[in-house]
Design a binder for this molecule. Sequence first.
Ligand code: UDP
Ligand code: MG
Length: 324
Amino acid sequence: MSYSLAVIVPAYNETEVLERFHARLAGVLDGMAVDATVIYVDDGSKDTTWEIIDRLAQADTRITGLRLSRNFGKEAAMTAGLDAADADAVVLIDADLQDPPELIPDLVARLREGNDVVYATRADRAGETRLKKFTSAAFYRVMDLVSDNPMPRDTGDFRVLSRRAVAALGELRERQRFMKGLFAWIGYRQVSLRYQRDPRFAGDTKWNYWRLTNLAVEGITSFSVAPLRIATWLGLSTALGAFLYGLWVILKVMLWGDPVRGYPTLLVAILFLGGAQLLALGVIGEYVGRTYAESKRRPLYYVEDRRGRAGPSPGHDPQGPRQA
Ligand code: UDP
Ligand code: MG
């Protein structure tokens, strides 16, 4: 039995690059002695991405196309691909040519040395603004501080997974799919491979700072309860401070007597406490909201259409509700 490889490509409005991407990927796969499948997951694109996948699938029998019923987000699209993949090694790669397909043979070679996850680490971040570099560095630092299992830096989703790593990931059905955290969480033998990341070939990044900030909040809250603890400590120290200050005020009255004063201190104290309470409530609300979202146990995505060979293998039916 020959070694099988599945390449998962989430694509959202990638009309401009998809054909070019496939040409480069196909060239790489042609040169590898593996039984290859390419799974394109159209994440509810609003342009002609699906038509292109359809056309590519007619020309290249290695292609499987999945079209999700709407835009579920990259993390869900990757999950759809992972559920449909049935191979010894599974590669996750972006469609925008920022992850060079030429690296796949090296990634797979490292995997076959007995590793379970080989992730590609960017040696530098070409084409990114200084602000983006700074914010992402800050994000990783915060994650390291609050999370128990460290997350590799400067690592995108470009990686190759062994069969058992894919199976492990498949069991994590939480809605807060912070994939980078999930990859790290499953454990097994993980190694990195350094490479130069290219600037986006064409089209625009789908990330803006609003989405990135939300992703960061998601990353932190789904892997750590540290913000809750911060609220606890903040509350404790404020209460202690207020208590000591109260003692001081009483002492002052008893020793020297004191006319009515302290209106400003009163206001400051009230405002500070009010703010701290609202913040703590917000933090709690964040976790309650997450619990609510998870408790509904909705499917992570729906498949609307399929193309090409293998549908999902038995036991990987994304349409059916999953029993825990
Ligand atoms: N993507 C997706 N669904 C989305 C957003 C993005 O499937 O809602 C895909 C996109 O087509 C690309 C990959 O995820 O293949 C990475 O997207 P992008 O290049 O916009 O992100 P960045 O490289 O800036 O992290
Ligand atoms: Mg990109």
